[in-house]
Design a protein around this ligand. Structure first.
Ligand code: SF4
Ligand code: SF4
Ligand code: ZN
Length: 493
């Protein structure tokens, strides 16, 4: 590969510095130098996989030059991707005390908990952007510590957020069925369950494997669905495929697995980082090995692969949904189907690369009225040839659902597709060592703040935004009790 220039930050002083991605053996490394703190080298990706995923850059436009990037996110109008998922932290209280967590009222001695009035204004500020983002993830801390969470979800659906989500450790939902039912009645459909392993050895921070069966049962009874979200590292990577099998086995209530390779938040020396760094490409290879080749690393597609499909669905001259234009190094995903005891990857059922090029062609020709209609008809005819009907799992009719989605473009069909399949995705959040501003400028996951600004996730958590914003809008822990929704400020349940 040719060396690729980019910008990064110094992991010590956070100053913006030049960086370069170079091949070293079978790895792609980021190399950078800070005049004050020296040279840093960081593992980024497996070199072979890098070449392949980077091809999807062709679906993205060139980012603009933003001289104040990444320290002007709150006022910036040049960000390259729209908000795909808005994150709203509802509290920094938690009923656990995980080592690597960003949010912790007990340690910081202040409580960050936006009021309903602030939340309402934050919803409006997300909706002001075009195209409108329909998905909002309530996070924290532990959002289920707020007793007014059902009201907040009701407010969200009332404002047109069709997909409200919560990020939770699951403890309250496993122990309080009534609360789970209230959340569902308010409009909650899916929870993002932070879940790192199946034993005390692999899940030693949260230990919520001990309650996971109870949680599944309560979710079934309350009508909630679960996305497993493991933080994956060299400590629990041996269970990577087990998460997928667990999801497929409980497909009535588990929609999939969204892995997050660990990011380094503290200071670490070079040797320690070399031993511990676990990348998306490591995970995809581990899944291939652990599944005996059932799910191959090449079957995980970089996020922008979906852009041609989204563009084709948009009406001529009008982009109606936020496009998934995040950088290919940020994430990859695939779908699998369960056929009796067999797991069938989507690539067995459909010729995915061929479909992507068909969608890309239809999206490009679709812009011209009559010609666009002809291109669409040709595309639908060709699409049928890209489906392997003999490999299709008995119960699912993906081809019919895909056609239905193209014709109806509705959320109902998206949910039907999801309930017929298991999603497997991975996103590697950045840290000070591997921060790449080319990735950051295209980030589609945005925190919304009480000052009604939107800040990309990896900037918010690494570049001082979180600290500054939380402090500005917090109250000291000692005075937080008794405020609405904050009855128990230490956060024990
Ligand atoms: S990361 Fe995005 S929003 Fe922030 S300054 Fe850079 S381009 Fe602007
Ligand atoms: S949150 Fe981080 S890893 Fe995810 S898209 Fe944004 S910049 Fe990339
Ligand atoms: Zn420095």
């Amino acid at each position: 590969m040719k060396a690729q220039k980019t910008k990064s930050v110094c992991p010590k002083c956070r100053k913006v510095i030049d960086a370069v991605l170079i091949r070293k053996g079978n790895r792609v490394m980021m190399k950078k130098h800070c005049g004050k703190h020296g040279t840093f080298e960081e593992i980024v990706y497996d070199a072979k996989q890098f070449e392949r995923v980077m091809k999807s850059m062709k679906y993205l436009s060139k980012p603009k030059n933003v001289p104040a990037c990444p320290y002007d996110c709150e006022h910036c109008t040049a960000h390259q991707s729209q908000t795909i998922l808005a994150i709203m932290d509802l509290t920094n209280r938690c009923n656990l005390n995980c080592r690597y967590c960003f949010a912790n009222a007990a340690k910081s001695r202040y409580v960050y908990e936006p009021s309903l009035h602030q939340i309402d204004a934050m919803f409006s500020s997300i909706k002001k952007r075009e195209p409108a983002c329909n998905a909002v993830l309530f996070s924290g801390g532990e959002p289920t510590l707020r007793n007014d969470l059902p009201d907040i979800i009701r407010m969200a659906t009332g404002m047109g957020f069709e997909v409200p989500l919560i990020a939770t450790n699951g403890i309250r939902l496993a122990t309080d069925l009534e609360y789970a039912r209230k959340l569902n009645a308010a409009g909650l459909y899916l929870i993002y369950l932070s879940f790192d392993g199946f034993s005390d050895a692999t899940n030693h921070e949260k230990r919520n494997h001990r309650i996971v069966e109870r949680l599944l049962e309560n979710c079934r009874r309350a009508g909630l669905q679960i996305m497993l979200v493991p933080t994956i590292s060299r400590e629990n990577s041996r269970e990577a495929f087990r998460f997928i099998q667990f999801a497929a086995r409980n497909a009535d209530v588990v929609r999939g697995v969204n892995f997050q390779p660990v990011s380094f938040c503290g200071r670490m020396d070079a040797e320690e980082r070399k031993m511990s760094r676990y990348t998306i490409s490591d995970l995809c290879l581990d899944i291939e090995k652990q599944s005996d080749g059932v799910l191959k690393e090449s079957e995980f597609y970089p996020v922008p692969s979906i852009v041609p499909f989204q563009k084709m669905l948009s009406r001529p001259g009008k982009v109606e949904m936020p496009l998934f234009t995040v950088h290919p190094l940020c994430g990859r995903a695939t779908y699998i189907f369960k056929d009796k005891d067999r797991l069938v990857p989507i690539t067995k059922v459909m010729d995915v690369p061929r479909l992507i090029s068909l969608f890309d062609m239809a999206a490009r020709y679709g812009k011209n009225g009559k010609g666009g209609n002809l291109a669409m008809v040709a595309m639908l005819r060709e699409m049928k040839k890209s489906v392997h009907f003999d490999e299709m799992p008995e119960k699912s009719n993906m081809f019919k659902l895909l056609l239905q989605l193209i014709l109806k473009r509705d959320l109902g069909t998206v949910l039907e597709i999801q309930s017929n399949s298991t999603f497997v995705g991975v996103m590697h959040f950045q840290d000070g060592y591997n921060m790449d501003l080319e990735r950051l400028k295209r980030c589609g996951i945005h925190y919304v703040t009480p000052s009604n600004s939107l800040v990309p996730f990896c900037a918010y958590n690494n570049l001082g935004y979180r600290d500054r914003i939380e402090k500005k809008f917090s109250v000291p822990l000692d005075t937080a009790n008794g405020l609405p929704g904050r009855e128990n400020a230490e956060g024990r349940i």
